[in-house]
Design a protein around this ligand. Structure first.
Ligand code: F6P
Ligand code: MG
Length: 449
């Protein structure tokens, strides 16, 4: 059986969970209350019943915040007609008196977002599909205009190079691949879940090519080479299959993932890209179906950036139409399985979600984006940082029914967990270095037969 070590816990002063539960979660609840207030005041079409329902949700959020700050005991999640509440409540039974300020971080943080979702699913229809974080996700994309234009121009230039089938020598192809990986990897650094206080300028400063090049030494685990040899092997086989991208955040990061998707398809590495997002508002910035539509349609129709001039405007429209075309032609698909918004570490997938596991195992490569996915891949364990990635993966590093998943995770570290370092490498970093999105991991494991 997997030797799972202790996991990050909000009762442990050494863990980032400690301040997250005491400071960041209450802040997120306060912004949620404010978001409802501005929706009620700004939305003249709201019925009296919906206004009252909104106020009732605010009251639930306020009492949740009070319970959290008061280190109250958690309750089972109310049933709201969705099957996934049972996933939480089954595991809930295994805990004894779970308290907000002394609880396993991964379970409790996922539980919090799923509990909040019941405040809306159990309310009036207007609130059922309300996304607390839609406004902030949209403004983060709008605030990323400079990085967005630079990235889209680069993307279209890369597609041009690929399309012209220029005898793009191996060296250039490899350089483009490495650039695409870094673009998607660092796209994860500019996410709202952590950087609630960044100004537009600071947000932009994290998104340019120059900053990516300067960040290279901050990639503390880098399996890019192994992935390149996989792609070269696949290319020589000449029969591309599906590749999956388990998304993280909306906005600029989603744009970087659409760039990666287009690159993998147009280079002939993937026949089809399956994007996996979330079916409910999740960890402040994660991609819901609406967020994907907002970006692609907004680009294609030129409705996201007002003051944008030609040819940038046309570049974005062409990019939007390209991604819209991938979806219409079935070369790209978005799915939001409930599994991704449960609390489950991914090693449980072969048992709790075998159909999804087989889907991923059937693909040539599964790319997971971001910190939460990394935490779920590694059970959010307090592993020694030199623990091999495959050990932390547990069951996902193995075959099941003769099938195995090829996993690549692109993560900027925003929590405690970190594995795959060389012995002693840890000593080079400052206190709390895994917490603020500054350092990154490109970790790969091939479990295929
Ligand atoms: O550290 C703050 C935090 O909420 C983590 O709990 C969570 O894993 C992370 O931010 C979300 O980051 P990402 O969007 O990269 O998964
Ligand atoms: Mg996220």
């Amino acid at each position: 059986a997997l030797m799972i070590t202790a996991t990050s816990n909000s009762g442990d002063p050494e863990s980032f969970a400690y301040s997250t539960a005491r400071e960041r979660w209450p802040k997120i609840l306060s912004s949620a209350i404010d978001e409802i207030a501005s929706t009620i005041s700004g939305h003249n079409g709201l019925s009296k019943e919906d206004v009252e329902a909104g106020r009732a949700i605010q009251a639930k959020l306020t009492s949740l915040k009070t319970s959290m700050l008061g280190n109250a005991v958690l309750e089972p999640i109310p049933r709201d007609g969705r099957p996934d509440t049972e996933a939480y409540n089954e595991e809930f039974k295994t805990f004894k008196d779970l308290k907000w300020l002394a609880a396993p971080w991964l379970y409790t943080e996922c539980y919090m977002y799923r509990l909040i979702h019941t405040y809306f699913t159990l309310s009036t229809p207007f609130w059922h599909s309300f996304d607390l974080f839609a406004t902030s996700k949209r403004s983060s994309l709008i605030g990323s205009k400079k990085g967005t234009i630079e990235l889209v121009k680069r993307f279209r230039a890369v597609l041009q190079t690929i399309a012209e089938k220029q005898a793009v020598d191996e060296e250039t192809q490899k350089a483009i691949f490495e650039e695409m990986v870094q673009i998607s990897l660092w796209g994860n650094a500019t996410d709202l879940a952590l950087l609630t206080s960044l100004s537009v300028e600071e947000l932009n400063s994290r998104q340019g090519k120059a900053v990516r090049d300067s960040n290279k030494e901050n990639i503390v685990v880098d399996d890019t080479e192994q992935v390149w040899s996989l792609l070269s092997r696949l290319r020589s086989l000449g029969s591309p299959r599906d590749m999956h991208i388990v998304l993280d955040n909306a906005g600029f990061e989603l744009l970087t993932d659409l760039v990666l998707a287009g690159y993998l398809i147009e280079s002939g590495y993937a026949k089809k890209i399956v994007l996996h997002g979330k079916r409910m508002p999740w960890f402040v910035s994660d991609v819901n179906p609406e967020d994907l539509k907002y970006l692609i349609e907004g680009f294609a129709n030129g409705t996201i950036y007002e003051d944008i001039k030609s040819p940038d405007k046309e570049e974005l429209q062409e990019a939007g139409k390209y991604w819209r075309g991938l979806i219409q032609s079935g070369k790209m698909e978005f799915r939001a399985e409930l599994f991704w918004t449960t609390q489950h570490p991914f090693g449980r997938m072969p048992v709790v979600e075998p159909a999804l596991f087989e889907d991923l195992a059937d693909a040539d490569l599964v790319v997971y984006k971001g910190d939460l996915n990394y935490r779920k891949l590694t059970y959010d364990g307090m592993w020694p940082h030199s623990t091999p990635f495959s050990e932390a993966l547990g069951p996902l590093a193995k075959k099941h029914g003769g099938q195995g998943v090829r996993s690549l995770v692109l993560r900027t570290a925003k929590a405690d967990v970190c594995v795959g370092l060389k012995p002693g490498q840890d000593a080079n970093f400052e206190e709390g270095w895994t917490r603020h999105g500054k350092y990154a991991m490109v970790s790969y494991w091939d479990a295929k037969p």
